[in-house]
Design a protein around this ligand. Structure first.
Ligand SMILES: NC(=O)c1ccc[n+]([C@@H]2O[C@H](COP(=O)([O-])OP(=O)(O)OC[C@H]3O[C@@H](n4cnc5c(N)ncnc54)[C@H](O)[C@@H]3O)[C@@H](O)[C@H]2O)c1
Length: 242
């Protein structure tokens, strides 16, 4: 028995890095996957490989969210899993960051996740028993001080409070819609290469995050909602990031 068979999943930022690994793992375990990204070429190729469907989506756009969730419903009839994963990083500390950078990072991470959660809950409420799993990709930087990524850390922190609040809302409403966050430490992806950190020792691999996503997407985690899961192989405990 596959772990997420019969489930329909939408993964944002799925053309690269963690999102790609999530989409591959979910498809391998039986889910039908909507591959969402700004990068059409890589997104289309992945969707073809996993027998899924691609949607070009900017997570900052409310219209694009309606399009992406609409595609899950029209193609596959429902939405069970949303992975809010799309993201960017702009290195800058509190003294060098600009308001424009702050607003951009907030728009992609915090507003993108906010819009995604709204769109997903609306769709998941239509599932029998109002069931679903929303998985928000935050970051270790939301809870540990990494001075060089202030705007990124602030936006990732907003994702954590959103996750807690949405989990409480769904529980109060009696929906079986769960909302959890993953806080990866440094994982070897193109995003990490962009900030020159991809050669550090002890990095995690995208599959390490994908395995946690798979657990949260599956019914194995049915009693877990509102959790903030740090995934860093104890790096932060011993004083590192990777
Ligand atoms: N790699 C790490 O060490 C690490 C650690 C903690 C958290 N994260 C988070 O994991 C997520 C994935 O990161 P990654 O390392 O795989 O990065 P990545 O750069 O490999 O992939 C990110 C993907 O998001 C897409 N994207 C960017 N902006 C978008 C937008 N506005 N709308 C739609 N798609 C957009 C990109 O096209 C790309 O395919 C991000 O949210 C990132 O902040 C990564």
């Amino acid at each position: 028995m596959k772990r997420v068979s019969e489930k329909v999943a939408l993964v944002t930022g799925a053309a690269s890095g963690l999102g790609r690994a999530d989409a591959l793992a979910l498809a391998r375990e039986g889910a039908r996957v909507v591959v969402s990204d700004l990068n059409e070429e890589a997104g289309q190729a992945l969707a073809k490989d996993i027998d899924g469907v691609f949607v070009r989506q900017d997570v900052r756009s409310q219209e694009d969210w309606a399009k992406a969730v609409g595609l899950a419903l029209s193609r596959f009839g429902r939405l069970d899993v949303l992975v809010n994963n799309a993201g960017i990083v702009v290195p800058a500390d509190i003294e060098t960051a600009t308001l424009e950078q702050y607003r951009l990072l907030n728009a992609v991470h915090a507003e993108g996740t906010f819009l995604g959660c709204q769109a997903a809950i609306k769709a998941m409420k239509g599932n029998p028993g109002a069931t679903g799993s929303i998985i928000n990709i935050s970051s270790l930087s939301a809870v540990r001080g990494f001075p060089g990524v202030i705007t990124y850390a602030a936006a990732k922190g907003a994702i954590l409070s959103m996750t807690t609040t949405i989990a409480a809302h769904c529980r109060e409403k009696g929906y079986a819609i769960r909302c959890n966050a993953i806080l990866p430490g440094m994982i070897n992806t193109p995003l990490l290469a962009a900030v020159g950190a991809d050669t550090l020792p002890g990095l995690g691999q995208p599959e390490d995050v994908a395995n946690t996503v798979l657990f949260l997407a599956s019914d194995e985690s049915r009693h877990m909602s509102g959790a903030h899961i740090v995934l860093d192989n104890a790096a932060s405990i011993i004083g590192g990031g990777a």
